[in-house]
Design a protein around this ligand. Structure first.
Ligand SMILES: Nc1ncnc2c1ncn2[C@@H]1O[C@H](COP(=O)(O)OP(=O)(O)OP(=O)(O)O)[C@@H](O)[C@H]1O
Ligand SMILES: [Mg+2]
Length: 313
């Protein structure tokens, strides 16, 4: 659905240094993906998206989006995808329902169908009750929903969302996730950018991590989670009675245990992050007659791993 080839954007500004915002990036989004485009602030996500949506032309390289070349066929690209931008601009004096009808006109939806379509979309994004309110009187969350409705007005097969949940409260974020899942179930391929790793992990099947204008990794979420876990350690902390050196020695022998320390009556077991060995430890303790008071598993924090992948040089 999206294929980029050495896509690059350099911003030239008078009197200051050129900014390489996107530097030779390559990735493929297949039909049916929910593809996450992840990266810290300033990584180049929005610039990439503006090129994919044929708003901005690349300095070099190109991409095909929904089967069309962004340089040779920008109008076809625009007609065949939906786009929700990071910063939203509406005609604030217009009512939401009129705005959607107005946009429907761009896509040549017949006049007789426009109002029906606008109502359907407002229902889909949960704005039916405020359909006749001016866009300028909408809250941030409502504006995001309206932007989503606008993005799918042409019934696209590909939807590109730039930070769709930015600035939403937890409930609003959850609702948005559900709406994205529903659209995906209807057969729409989703491409979404975010700087929040857990969000990408929850929604997406594939991810591209961008840092300082370059692709750091493109992989499935499953593989990525495994890879990053294999690079870090997890801890299992146990409080128990009747611990002795023999038990500690036995724990040390379990495959995946890296270190065992006794500290203030607690055992701190350092394990490989990609192996879940708590059941092995549990059965060993039971066999040895150890009475366990508490057992705590500390998973590696993926957020920290993301930061370590994307920090520094
Ligand atoms: N029109 C422009 N002129 C000059 N520099 C720009 C322009 N647009 C973006 N940049 C620069 O390009 C780099 C990438 O910006 P971009 O907006 O693509 O990042 P982003 O990953 O979307 O960040 P965020 O998470 O903050 O939205 C930044 O250094 C930014 O200052
Ligand atoms: Mg951005």
């Amino acid at each position: 659905m999206i294929r980029t080839h050495g896509l690059t954007k350099v911003f030239h500004s008078f009197g200051s240094k050129d900014v390489v915002a996107v530097d030779h990036i390559d990735f493929d989004v297949e039909r049916g993906d929910i593809f996450g485009f992840l990266g810290p602030n300033g990584a180049g996500k929005t610039t990439t998206i503006r090129m994919l949506t044929a708003i901005l032309s690349p300095t070099s390289g190109t991409a095909t989006v929904a089967g069309y070349d962004i340089i040779k066929e920008p109008m076809k690209v625009k007609q065949n995808m939906g786009f929700m931008p990071e910063t939203l601009g509406f005609y604030d004096e217009m009512r939401a329902i009129d705005l959607l009808e107005f946009y429907a006109k761009f896509y040549k939806i017949p006049r007789s169908e426009r109002r029906k379509r606008a109502k359907e979309l407002l229902r889909l994004v949960g704005l039916s009750k405020v359909a006749y309110r001016r866009a300028g009187a909408y809250s941030h969350g409502m504006r995001k929903r309206l932007a989503l409705a606008q993005a799918i007005i042409n019934e696209p097969e590909l939807l590109i969302l730039d930070e769709p949940t930015g600035g939403l409260d937890p409930q609003g974020t959850q609702n948005f996730r559900e709406m994205i899942h529903d659209l995906h179930k209807r057969g729409i391929t989703i491409f979404l950018s975010s700087h929040i790793l857990p969000e990408i992990q929850q929604i997406c099947n594939k991810v591209c991590i961008l840092n300082k204008s370059k692709v750091v990794v493109v992989d499935t979420i499953d593989n990525l989670t495994k890879t990053i876990r294999s690079k870090v350690e997890a801890h299992i902390v146990i409080e128990a009675n009747m611990l002795n050196d023999e038990v500690l020695e036995e724990i040390r022998k379990i495959d995946g245990v890296l270190d065992v320390e006794l500290d203030n009556g607690k055992i701190d077991i350092v394990t490989r992050g990609d192996m879940d060995i708590s059941p092995d430890i549990n059965s060993l303790l039971v066999n040895k007659g150890v009475r366990v008071r508490t057992i705590q598993t500390q998973e590696p924090d993926l957020e920290e791993i993301f930061l370590s992948l994307t920090k520094g040089d």
